[in-house]
Design a binder for this molecule. Sequence first.
Ligand SMILES: [Mn+2]
Length: 189
Amino acid sequence: MDIGTATHSFFNDPHCGDQYRWWENKDSVTLCMVDGLGHGIEAEKAAKAAICCVSRNLCEPLPRIFEKYDREISHTRGVAMSIVIVDKRNSVLTHAGIGNVSVAIRGRKKINLSSDWGIVGGGYRKLNTNTADLDAGDLVLMWTDGISERLDVSGYDNFPYIGTQELADLILRDHAKETDDATILIYKG
Ligand SMILES: [Mn+2]
């Protein structure tokens, strides 16, 4: 599997409120990006609790997973979270998100997938699920708000050809804000 990640914590704090993980089986890949509110140790605790919740509920449909988390991590300060499930057989991606973790597909097409308003662990009103086709070689990018929502990777002329890790490192170097934890994950389909 081809995934690149880059992360930088606010003030080089050893604790980072941005956490991510992925899981793969023969049919699908699940990608998860979480931003614990604020930064530092409490944000990290909230984000790690969310990742832990996801890993225990991978078989559940996305809306159910978010409902469970919302209850299970209500003792924490809460998180923004996006989950992407790539169906490898049908080349389709499903996404759901609460709060400002951005998700985009870049390749032959350019799609930004929108998240719903709220805080996981602090309540939200509705959760939409998005689906999109994924062509071979398409990139799926997920990033926290320590990098601008309007991140434009077309500035990297050769972005379809350089490695996902190299691209993640370049984006973090060029676009990370100094005022928050910043993380990007890039999956190549
Ligand atoms: Mn943040």
